[in-house]
Design a protein around this ligand. Sequence first.
Ligand code: ZN
Length: 363
Amino acid sequence: MNDFLSIQSLLKSHNITGRYVHVKTISSLLTSFDATQIGESVEKRPIHSIDMGNGPIKILMWSQMHGNESTATKGLLDALSYLKQKPSLLELFTLRIIPILNPDGAAAYTRVNANDIDLNRDAVNKTQPESKLLIETYQAFNPHYCFNMHDQRTIFGVNDFPCMLSFLAPAADMAKTITAARKSAMGVIGYIQKTLQPHISNQVGRYDDSFNPNCMGDYFMAKGTPTLLFEAGQVEQDYAREKTRKWFAFSVLEALKCISLNLHIPSIYLDIPQVEKSFVDVLILNLRYEGKLIDVALQYVEELKDAEIHFVPIIYRMGKLDSLQGHKKLDASSQTFTFSNKILEDSNAVWLADMLNLTQYSH
Ligand SMILES: [Zn+2]
């Protein structure tokens, strides 16, 4: 898919940028893809699906079931814009795509829906209109594969590198049996891993595979449908996740190529390193405080304000933290400012970020 890489920045969906992506943001694209409304959210926002292709292999894809996980949606739309230009790649496929399953969460920039429910823990109970709609769509469409698309938090790394993308072939039972469906999903992920390595080696991880029947991926896998979890992650200072978006789209297209040409490589799936909670947004080493040197980890809290996402630093951990990794890391031992007593006990760290000239982001 090197062809995709060369034209990615020219695709129409590229005018959707930053982290705040909701139904209104993508409305012109929904029109250009002839999307149809298939349901509505708790707060009566429309939920759309896009159909592409008429081939024999059916794939159901959905993104933003967690409303604040927009990178996956941007990457997905880039992949669809590319497919629209290269319809020959769709010959074998019928795709049904729900780009924003949780439009209320997307509008409010929350993980949960308007009833404060995590839709990815509602597969068994089906208490919410959005989770009911996903399962009804799955039953009516009867796909050969499902692609379940998310963003992951900034805390994830692989082998001391930031984790740009991670994947999972979810378990289908408590014993994590490698069923035929799971092996098929593992094979697609193995192929994606192989194609990503020349480009973003060391930045691809494998997500934890503990079985949770309430999660949609586990639920569909237990029904015998190979399901792939895609997670878009954070690398360095790319808080708009525009670089991640490109490799996310590339992965979606490579997954289609793998399925169409039967290029599955399940044997390398388990060699993909597992993701670890090893990163913080900012790691400040050797800060002088009350006569001692301490390390301080900051995490950004993402807040929606004036239609933009602001990344507000809070103090996350203090102490001896040199085993952690930071997307930004600085040594403050040469800084000479002093703090009044106990000032670090206030978790709001905007003042500290200002003092250290740390960039604060908004998108
Ligand atoms: Zn998610």
